[in-house]
Design a protein around this ligand. Structure first.
Ligand SMILES: [Zn+2]
Length: 159
């Protein structure tokens, strides 16, 4: 039995009530994939309260923007970009890995690997990108926060 087998078995026995398609708190959260970062536990709230868009780093990427476009078409008007301390995506050696993988496979990586080396700088960049995009109808309430995985505290960096 693997971990994924356990998870799928549990999912089959889960019961869920009727939830609204549009999140009750009108909010979308962009967060990292890190297993220590569980938005419903960090920010509170429950299933059905807000959309969660996750990727390595909790970065504003093309696909995060695509997901936000869908999210806002389903009623969200607010965005929280939540990065966190001790993030593996920040330590990921993107340039070296790109070079190594392209060398080993003989194929080009056509997508961005989004390297970054400072949480606050990247958070400011991401929020600024969202605030200036012409493709979102709601850009007036976008915040950037950093979750500290050691203390459990959330610090607002961009308000
Ligand atoms: Zn992370």
């Amino acid at each position: 039995m693997t971990g994924s087998d356990d998870l799928i078995r549990q999912a089959r026995s889960a019961t869920v009530g009727a939830l609204p398609k549009s999140p009750r708190m009108n909010t979308a959260v962009i967060a990292c994939i890190d297993a220590r970062v569980e938005p419903n536990r960090v920010l509170g709230g429950d299933q059905g309260d807000y959309h969660v868009i996750r990727n390595a780093g909790g970065l504003v990427t093309d696909d995060a923007l695509r997901s936000l476009m869908v999210s806002q078409s389903h009623g969200t008007t607010r965005v929280i970009v939540m990065m966190h301390t001790d993030c593996a995506a920040m330590a990921y050696p993107a340039a070296a890995e790109r070079a190594r993988l392209e060398q080993e496979t003989g194929q080009r990586i056509e997508f961005k690997l989004h390297p970054f080396d400072d949480l606050e700088t990247e958070l400011h960049r991401g929020v600024a990108q969202l605030r200036s995009t012409p493709f979102l109808p709601h850009t007036e309430n976008i915040r950037g926060v950093i979750y500290d995985v050691e203390t459990g505290r959330v610090r607002t960096v961009v308000d």
